[in-house]
Structures are given as structure tokens and as C-alpha cells.
Write a protein that binds this ligand. Structure first.
Ligand code: GLN
Length: 253
């Protein structure tokens, strides 16, 4: 399973968020603590997205190599500051390609997205929801992976003006209904709010008046972390955190 992180708060370096914490994504790439049987390490690529001054759209850096071996990212991360960041390290699900474009974050405009988990029975189990997408969306998926399809399903709803929380909830419950046992921790930000789901995998939050962090695993041993109950959706920004139950579609497990 991949590990992911989203941050909103005072501008800080990517390094301070991703590389330097005692259990940041760099540490979680080779020593994750809560993989729940889904893989051992997260060495199949990584990525980070942030917002540069002067432009509304997110900027992304993605790579197919382990985060610990990318010296270009280490240099970039030490000198790049942002008040909104989404980053992930990847453990490719068996059968899925290890390519730059399969690494999160996926994105469009201001949106940044990551999936931590897997869809059993891929691709047949999601053929139904996928068939609702425009053919051009399917032809231009970032990669032939469950995560890229989940992003296309979320993006389709966002493009139509859906509320982001509703879009995530609908995609999670719809996909879970057709793929029992799916692990669907989704993470989404527009640079001002973080939306995330906990569906069969680990998720924690730490929110205070100035910052909001939503992470697969707490990035340090400090106080303030709250574990998100399974099958819940989180909406977080500095000074605000709300959690609500995700109701499975009847018949789904
Ligand atoms: N299953 C997805 C992939 O392989 C998501 C990554 C993960 O959580 N293992 O890209």
C-alpha cells in the first residue's frame, strides 16, 4: 500500500514535510509501520504536488524510483516552499506497472489526488463505473492502474461541479460495491481544503488553528494525532476538521 500526506498551513519546505520528519514519507518508504499486510515497503515511485506563488494551478514532481534514491528531489525539496502540499510514496499493486505516471499525485488545475489501497478483481470489478466515463478519459488515463482510474472517476465528478466530499464518497461506495475487500483511502486537495477517506486502511489527522495534516501514518511521535475510524470521510483545513461515516451501498462488503 502506498503512504500519503496532505498539508495546509504556513509555507514550509517540501523537505520539512516529506523528508525530515522522524516518520515522514521518506522513512515510511522503507520502514512503514501500518501496512496491514498490503506490501512491505514503498519503493515503486513517489510524488509531490504543491502550489507555486503567482499561479493557481498545482505543480507536480513524480518519479518511478524510490524516494530515497532521487537526489534531484532532495535538492528541490529543500528549496521549494508551499502552504499546501500533497505527497505520496508508492508500493505498486501486483500486476500494475511501475512508471512515473502511475505515481501520485494525480492532478488537474488546482486539484491534487492520491489513492492508498487496491481494487480487487481489477480491472473487471470496476468495468461498470469505468463505462460511465467519456471514452477520451479512458484513453488518456495516467496509467493502467486502479489509482489512475479512481482519479478519473473523481475528476469526472469534479468537472461536473460536484461537491468534493460527495464525489469521493460516491466513488468509494460505488467501487467498493463492485469490488468487495477494496481498500480505498483517497486523498484530495485544492490547496485550501483537504478531503480524505478511510476505507480499510490507516489514516490520521492533526489539525490546529494554523495547520492541517492528513496522513496514512503519523509523521512524528508528537501529540495531537487522531486516528480516523474506518469507513469515514474527513474534511480538514486549519482550524477545522469534520468526520462523517461513509454508508456502504447495500449488498457491498
Ligand atoms: N494500487 C495502487 C497502485 O498500485 C495504489 C498504490 C498502493 O496503495 N499500493 O498504484
Amino acid at each position: 500500500m502506498c503512504r500519503h500526506l496532505a498539508y495546509l498551513g504556513p509555507p514550509t519546505t517540501l523537505s520539512a514535510l516529506v523528508l525530515e520528519p522522524s516518520h515522514g514519507l521518506l522513512h515510511q518508504s522503507y520502514a512503514p509501520a501500518d501496512m496491514r499486510g498490503g506490501g512491505t515497503i514503498n519503493a515503486d515511485g513517489f510524488g509531490a504536488g504543491w502550489y507555486a506563488p503567482g499561479g493557481p494551478d498545482a505543480v507536480r514532481y513524480r518519479s518511478a524510483v524510490p524516494i530515497w534514491s532521487d537526489t534531484a528531489f532532495a535538492a528541490l525539496a529543500g528549496s521549494t516552499r508551499s502552504g499546501a502540499v500533497l505527497a505520496a510514496v508508492r508500493s505498486a499493486t501486483v500486476g500494475m506497472p511501475v512508471t512515473t505516471t502511475a505515481a501520485a499525485p494525480f492532478g488537474e488545475g488546482r486539484w491534487l489526488f492520491s489513492h492508498n489501497g487496491l481494487v480487487p478483481g481489477w480491472p473487471e470489478s470496476v468495468a461498470g463505473p469505468a463505462a460511465e466515463l467519456p471514452v477520451t478519459d479512458l484513453l488518456t488515463l495516467d496509467a493502467p492502474t486502479d489509482a489512475a482510474l479512481l482519479w478519473a472517476l473523481v475528476r469526472h465528478r469534479l468537472r461536473a461541479g460536484a461537491d468534493p466530499a460527495a464525489a469521493l464518497a460516491e466513488v468509494v461506495t460505488t467501487v467498493a460495491a463492485g469490488a468487495p475487500g477494496a481498500r480505498l483511502n483517497l486523498l484530495l486537495t485544492d490547496g485550501a481544503t483537504i478531503w480524505a477517506t478511510a476505507w480499510s486502511h490507516a489514516l490520521s489527522v492533526r489539525v490546529d488553528a494554523a495547520t492541517a495534516l492528513v496522513v496514512s501514518e503519523p509523521t512524528d511521535a508528537g501529540p495531537g494525532w487522531t486516528s480516523v475510524p474506518d469507513r469515514h470521510l474527513v474534511v480538514a483545513r486549519p482550524g477545522h476538521c469534520s468526520t462523517r461515516h461513509l454508508t456502504p451501498i447495500p449488498g457491498a462488503t
